[in-house]
Design a protein around this ligand. Structure first.
Ligand code: SF4
Length: 352
């Protein structure tokens, strides 16, 4: 059973007694690093977060500023501003602080304490063998990733998830190894000490990662991403020059959408099947030009993002209100974290 199926099986249970749909609530945890403003790849994740919230789950979503430190320590003075902007984007994308706990990782010092305890349950060689360890070092070769903090960050992630005894973690496919490690650490803790942690399930996005507008991997260093906060004008300025299937040099050259990053964006943002068919047939049979294709994508994106942009502009002058929302979320997260730490210490029979 795939993780999406596991998720569906867990939350979409239908009450056979006939009293209606009694979706079982899950504790959900996920976060985004405070390394800058959010892009369309993040937006897709936020839609998933909102869907989980709206399905009645018990959601904890945070800004992972300690994680950002592992690769962006030279920008630490910007973290506070970025955190504020990220939370504004969370709220603009429909996360509701009355139903969901929105908090900042560094405000909950218990994360550091649990991270320290859990780091004793995993070997250095296991961390060095994490496929993402080498991949990210290669990807971010312009950054200093030689720190122990960078190697240990999957353990900090495990501490984030286990702190809230989360049962589901919405992630991209590249994070599956980290959830596997989290499950191993949970099992190890439960075996060595006492049963405290559930083993979380990954909840995979049905969309693969969006590529950058130049067809390469989306990256801040290539400046090939589209920010959620872009207005219609800047959105078109990013979409119009996007690279396409190189076979489509002229309008009457047929192409293959699977070789085109614009099609990846359509898959995520063009919902209507007949519009998707129009793109595929039009591209393969050279019935449409690439600009027509991008214009349709623009229209669909604009429709989807318009309400987000409206809410964003209403938050522009509301820093104090957003800070208050964060403080309230921190308070709720802290209570939950303290409860877990009591269970952890009791399982370990310590008086720390
Ligand atoms: S028609 Fe659309 S999918 Fe095909 S190459 Fe052009 S932009 Fe890409």
């Amino acid at each position: 059973m795939g993780s999406e199926d596991v998720y569906n099986a867990i939350i979409h249970k239908v009450d056979r007694s006939g009293t209606g749909d009694v979706r079982k609530k899950m504790r959900i945890l996920s976060g985004m690093r405070s390394t800058g403003r959010l892009h369309l790849g993040n937006y897709i994740t936020l839609e998933k977060w909102k869907e989980l919230q709206d399905a009645g789950n018990d959601c904890f979503y945070f800004v992972a500023d300690w994680h950002a430190l592992t690769s962006h320590k030279e920008s630490v003075s910007d973290f506070e501003l970025w955190t504020l902007e990220i939370v504004k984007t969370y709220l603009s994308c429909g996360l509701d602080p009355n139903r969901t706990v929105i908090f900042v990782q560094s405000a909950i010092k218990e994360h550091a304490e649990l991270f320290l305890l859990l780091s004793n349950l995993v070997s250095v060689s296991r961390l060095q063998r994490m496929p993402t360890y080498k991949e990210q070092k290669d990807e971010m070769s312009d950054r200093d990733l030689s720190s122990a903090g960078f190697m240990l960050y999957p353990v900090l992630q495990a501490a984030d998830v286990l702190m809230y005894r989360a049962q589901g973690v919405p992630i991209g496919e590249d994070q599956v190894y980290h959830i596997e490690l989290t499950r191993e650490i949970a099992r190890r803790f439960n075996t060595v000490f006492d049963e405290v942690f559930p083993e979380p399930e990954p909840i995979l996005s049905k969309f693969p990662k969006l590529p950058g507008t130049d067809g390469r991997k989306m990256s801040k260093s290539y400046d090939n991403f589209i920010l959620v906060e872009n207005d219609a004008n800047s959105l078109w300025k990013k979409l119009a020059p996007m690279v396409t299937d190189p076979a489509r040099k002229r309008r009457n050259d047929p192409g293959d959408p699977e070789k085109c990053p614009v099609w990846d964006y359509h898959k995520a943002f063009t919902i209507e099947q007949d519009q998707q068919n129009w793109v595929v047939d039009g591209c393969k049979q050279a019935l449409i030009g690439c600009l027509d294709c991008k214009r349709l994508l623009f229209d669909n994106l604009e429709k989807r993002l318009n309400p987000v942009w409206e809410r964003m502009s209403s938050y522009r002058e509301c820093n104090d209100t957003v800070r208050k929302t964060i403080e309230e979320g921190n308070e709720k997260a802290r209570l939950s974290a303290q409860e877990t730490m009591k269970m952890v210490k009791s399982a370990m029979s310590t008086r720390w």
